[in-house]
Design a protein around this ligand. Structure first.
Ligand SMILES: Nc1nc2c(ncn2[C@@H]2O[C@H](COP(=O)(O)OP(=O)(O)OP(=O)(O)O)[C@@H](O)[C@H]2O)c(=O)[nH]1
Ligand SMILES: [Mg+2]
Ligand SMILES: [Zn+2]
Length: 356
């Protein structure tokens, strides 16, 4: 196995040059874990191995994520990761719960497949899809929507139209792992050598699609509960699979709820028609309420902007703005803490105490 088999190219090699001088080796994180990272490396036999981190070199909160290129060295038979290479794309969400922490689902992904399921009572909703599309544009990956389980849909064409309205400008594929529908299109969108990631609610068929593209069973799949058609969170780890044809597919655990990560403007890319109109409002800080010369209001009146999408955009912006203010707060608090620490150290120095 070579590194090229894992998506390595000249650009990566350039970025790696300084590490090479330090006699470090390159590798790609295929399965991050707690303290132990499974990495893919060049080699004839042991091309996947476990690695540990040297916290110092990487810094707090910058742990490697699935898909990362890292620099590692051998130390007493163990691989030690000491640096993470620059990331080209980052798929992030806000960690679940009351925190304002970022959770990275995958990095260095080229195509992000947002998987939703059709039929069966718990089909996709346009509002839910808008969240995923917001995350997808923010990640820097090329987004593609997969409407899976087309075999369960009574009117696939109508559902595609609905998805198109919720994800303007994004390619929508109707698929079925049961009939094989759409699998060729997925392959077309993800040529060998590129990395694709699959995200979406639990039970929509992300792992099943990976298996269908691979043609063999690579990822575990699970039954959906009859009672509420919900998945059971079968996939518990993020894992980058390499297919024999060279395609790289990142499977991720299904999300119960997707909370966004980004700044106040991160939702704009997913709502191009609103972004375009708001650029024409008379006031730059227009809130699109009752201001004179509000182009968004005109757009709503003329039916260029759907009221549901406008409400959804406002809500996502509110959520993102809240997150931004929380982050500012945290940054301020950290800075204050730093100055307090410095003041304490200076006081102790004055008293002639040993401080470190
Ligand atoms: N009818 C139908 N069922 C499907 C299709 N694709 C997957 N399934 C079924 O849906 C269930 C869930 O599939 P998984 O692939 O495990 O779903 P997942 O998105 O990976 O779920 P998590 O790992 O929990 O996030 C399984 O029982 C699959 O057999 C499809 O195209 N049509
Ligand atoms: Mg799965
Ligand atoms: Zn306005």
């Amino acid at each position: 196995m070579t590194l090229e088999d894992w998506g390595w190219n000249e650009k990566r090699a350039e970025e790696f040059a300084p590490y090479e001088q330090e006699e470090l080796n390159p590798g790609r994180v295929v399965r991050p874990g707690r303290g132990i990272y499974r990495i893919a490396v060049a080699g004839n036999t042991d091309y996947e191995r476990d690695a540990r981190l040297t916290g110092k070199a990487i810094g707090r909160g910058k742990a490697p994520a699935a898909g990362d290129w890292v620099a590692w060295r051998e130390e007493g038979g163990t691989a030690i990761i000491s640096a993470v290479l620059p990331r080209r794309t980052v798929i992030s969400r806000k960690a679940a719960g009351e925190t304002s922490r970022e959770q990275i689902m995958g990095v260095n992904v080229d195509v992000l497949f947002v998987v939703q399921a059709l039929g069966g009572g718990r089909g996709f909703t346009p509002r839910g899809l808008e969240r995923y599309i917001t995350m997808a544009w923010e990640s820097g990956c090329l987004p593609v929507v997969i409407l899976n389980k087309a075999d369960l849909s009574e009117d696939t064409a109508a559902e595609i139209l609905e998805a198109e309205a919720a994800a303007p400008g994004v390619e929508i594929l109707a698929c079925s792992t049961l009939t094989g529908q759409g699998i060729t299109e997925i392959k077309r969108l993800l040529p060998p050598g590129l990395t694709g990631a699959f995200v979406g609610p639990s039970g929509t068929g992300k792992s099943s699609i990976i298996n269908a593209v691979a043609g063999i069973l690579l990822a575990d799949t699970g039954e959906v509960r009859e009672a509420d058609s919900r998945g059971r969170h079968t996939t518990t780890h993020r894992e980058l699979h390499r297919l024999s044809d060279g395609r790289l597919l990142l499977d991720t655990p299904g999300l119960r709820e997707l909370q966004l990560w980004g700044n106040a403007d991160s939702a704009d890319a997913a709502f191009p028609e609103i972004e375009e109109m708001s650029g024409r409002c008379r006031f730059r800080n227009c809130r699109h309420e009752k201001e004179p010369g509000c182009a968004v209001r005109v757009g709503l009146e003329e039916g260029i902007i759907e009221p549901e999408r406008f409400d959804s955009w406002l809500e996502l912006r509110k959520e993102l703005r809240w997150l931004e203010s929380r982050r500012d707060e945290n940054a301020k608090r950290e800075l204050e803490q730093k100055w307090m620490d410095i003041a304490r150290i200076n006081r102790q120095k004055k008293k002639g105490k040993e401080v470190w």
